[in-house]
Design a protein around this ligand. Structure first.
Ligand code: G3P
Length: 221
């Protein structure tokens, strides 16, 4: 399963990219706004740092506006995936971009039917928002199961990009189902790195080594 980071924060992107964990990045207007800087600078930097797919989202809601914005977004790099909303105009733009060989991520997917339609329009990725479904008392992960079953019945090349991930258990469940990609807020990836027994184990190793060094002051590794 590929791991994308769901952020426009350059520090987090560099941190996890240096660990070799990132296959790509997803952004959206809210994530850009959270960082507060000039989005142009952020988009330039992110597409330089990351070799894999970087989803940059349009903000026009009409077809021709999406086409113009998508073309401008693609100027940031060949790794740019144009992110469009799951609307009739969004799907029309998706069809147009994909027929020109421009990859598209269809976002704000909340039902299996929406995922099916986005795949038919030629999307490279569909982004079901599981956390937001959980928030309203629906089972977000069940949507991933449904989409996986539907896509595997046919020959769609569209990848399931699990979005709106809230905690590490979401990641394990998505991997068990066989989702293609999860996009993670930096905080979730941080939590996945940690286990209390790892910290206790390391503290013990270091304390024992200190004892040994007191008896053998010249010892070095
Ligand atoms: O990429 C967007 C998606 O992951 C949104 O997440 O936490 O705002 O529901 P959230």
């Amino acid at each position: 399963m590929k791991i994308f980071l769901d952020t426009a924060n350059l520090e987090s992107i560099k941190k996890f990219n240096d660990m070799g964990l990132l296959d790509g990045i997803t952004t959206n207007p809210s994530l850009m706004s959270k960082e507060g800087g000039n989005p142009k600078d952020a988009m330039e930097e992110i597409t330089k740092i990351i070799q894999g797919d970087v989803s940059l989202e349009v903000v026009s809601t009409d077809y021709s506006g999406m086409l113009e914005e998508g073309k401008r977004l693609r100027e940031y790099g060949d790794n740019v995936v144009v992110k469009v909303p799951m609307t009739p105009d969004g799907l029309k733009a998706c069809k147009s971009f994909s027929s020109q060989g421009i990859p598209v991520n269809v976002t704000l997917i909340f039902s299996a039917n929406q995922a099916l339609l986005a795949a038919k329009s030629g999307a490279k990725y569909v982004s079901p928002f599981i956390g937001r479904l959980d928030d309203i008392g629906q089972d977000g992960m069940n949507l991933i199961k449904e989409i996986k079953e539907i896509f595997s019945n046919y020959t769609f090349e569209t990848q399931i990009l699990v979005a709106s991930v809230r905690h590490p258990l979401h990641v394990i469940d998505a991997a068990k189902i066989g989702a293609d990609v999860v996009t993670l807020p930096p905080g979730v990836l941080d939590k996945m790195l940690q286990h209390p027994l790892t910290k206790i184990g390391l503290d013990n190793f270091l304390a024992d080594w200190e004892k040994l060094k007191q008896k053998n002051p010249d010892t070095k590794i």
